[in-house]
Design a protein around this ligand. Structure first.
Ligand SMILES: Cc1cc2nc3c(=O)[nH]c(=O)nc-3n(C[C@H](O)[C@H](O)[C@H](O)COP(=O)(O)OP(=O)(O)OC[C@H]3O[C@@H](n4cnc5c(N)ncnc54)[C@H](O)[C@@H]3O)c2cc1C
Length: 400
């Protein structure tokens, strides 16, 4: 820098990333990946780049949406090892910022931002996914505190987490949306059992989680007792932007630029059909990234995306399906059978096999379309005969 001036925020981010982003090996053993991720998150925090717009008093950067956007732009050139923190940073943290008491924010946000405590989201159950308000996990009063019993499923990353945001039923005499409460749960507490579930990629991205008489203190309630639905809607709004808006990672085999490289490597770049599909993919990827940048800026400036998060989520899933079709068109047999020594071949196969989950996780495509139809397009609401009936009289899950 010249004349004793401070470097611009962009220069600081650029220099820091160039000096600090580690090389990541997608084939590295899980414990090693976790260590790398935690070390990197701590460094990110020390540099002031974790939670850039979050309140400085709780360890955030206290800066504006403009700085956050600059960081996103500069980081897009890298493959940051931050996937472990997607739910902490993209969903649970922002919900704590919105709804937590001063004591909860002071206790939980700093270690979350430093990557010392990792969070998960405990909503879905075997009998309650799209209709999550039908959940049956119970939270019953126990003096000042609560006792939790029930089961969650598809809990991403739970096997590596320290805390969870749990949605449980506190009043079965209320209609299903009204008797819910959100809690902060210590995932290491007695009575919590986490069992990893393997999917068709061969990996175990999610889990079953059992709660058997888990005791929680009174201050574990996040938001209001009985206000769990509003808290869930707040978190789901953050989730849709976070999932839909996740930056195409530099080494993501299904990102446009990597599919171009694959087409070049396999001699498919002169095929007019491949070229047309790649061009359409580029346009879709670019349009979504601009839409997401806009949603993020608005959200960071304090204007939540509301139902437009569903547009981002749905478009993100459709983009992945499109990219998967293009990958199949380019790679042909190479997408189904590859040299076992080829890391790139395996990464492509894993990415292709993970695509179907994109239109389920975080709310299915059909549910996003329902939300868009209802709340953006003003179409008539889906009929819901069970809305005003006390939960205990409904036939849902194992009840009734
Ligand atoms: C990779 C992955 C990670 C996940 N991570 C988490 C997590 O961390 N935490 C968590 O709580 N959950 C998580 N989930 C669960 C996810 O939120 C649910 O799977 C999802 O909400 C769908 O619920 P379901 O699987 O019970 O399907 P169902 O709700 O049983 O749906 C079955 C089918 O019916 C359709 N359908 C249902 N209702 C309607 C309707 N009203 N209108 C039109 N169609 C409808 C659905 O679109 C779907 O096609 C994850 C899921 C996946 C795949």
């Amino acid at each position: 820098m010249t004349n004793g001036e401070e470097p611009s925020f962009r220069t600081r981010v650029r220099d820091w990333l160039a000096a600090n982003v580690p090389e990541t090996d997608p084939q590295a053993p899980v414990p090693e990946m976790l260590k790398t991720a935690k070390r990197f998150q701590a460094a990110l925090h020390d540099a002031g780049f974790a939670g850039i717009t979050w309140p400085a008093e709780y360890g955030g950067g206290g800066l504006t949406a403009a700085e956050q956007q600059i960081f996103h732009e500069e980081a897009a050139a890298y493959d940051l090892p931050t996937g472990l923190f997607m739910i902490s940073m993209g969903m649970c943290g922002p919900t704590l910022v919105d709804l937590g008491t001063h004591e909860q924010k002071a206790r939980y946000l700093p270690p979350l931002l430093r990557g010392e405590e990792v969070w998960c989201q405990l909503f879905s159950e075997p009998g309650a996914g799209s209709d999550v308000a039908s959940l049956q996990t119970r939270a019953e009063r126990d003096g000042e505190g609560w006792v939790i019993n029930g089961q969650k499923v598809w809990t991403s990353g739970a096997q590596h987490t320290d805390y969870g945001a749990l949605l449980a039923r506190t009043d079965p005499d209320q209609p299903k949306h009204k008797g819910l409460t959100m809690f902060i749960v210590d995932m290491h507490a007695p009575g919590v059992t986490v069992r990893p579930l393997r999917d068709m990629t061969g990996r175990a991205p999610f889990n079953e989680v059992y709660f058997d008489g888990v005791r929680l203190p009174a201050d574990a309630v996040l938001g209001a007792v009985g206000g769990g639905w509003a808290a869930a809607v707040t978190m789901l709004g953050h989730e849709r932007v976070s999932i839909g808006g996740s930056v195409r990672r530099r080494y993501d085999p299904l990102a446009y630029r990597n599919l171009v490289a694959l087409a070049r490597e396999l001699g498919r770049l002169d095929d007019p059909l491949v070229r047309a599909e790649l061009a359409a993919l580029y346009a879709a990827e670019r349009a979504l990234s601009l839409f997401n940048a806009r949603l993020r800026q608005e959200a960071d400036a304090g204007s939540p995306p509301g139902a437009r998060g569903s547009v981002a989520k749905l478009s993100g899933a459709e983009l992945l399906w499109r990219a998967t079709r293009v990958a199949g068109l380019i790679a042909g047999m190479h997408a189904a059978a590859w040299d076992p020594a080829s890391t790139a071949g395996e990464e492509l196969a894993v990415a292709i096999n993970a695509t179907p989950s994109s239109s389920i996780a975080g709310g299915t495509n059909q549910i996003q379309r329902n939300i868009i139809g209802d709340r953006i397009l003003g179409l008539p609401r889906e009929p819901a005969a069970d809305r005003d009936i006390p939960f205990r009289h409904l036939r849902v899950g194992t009840q009734g």
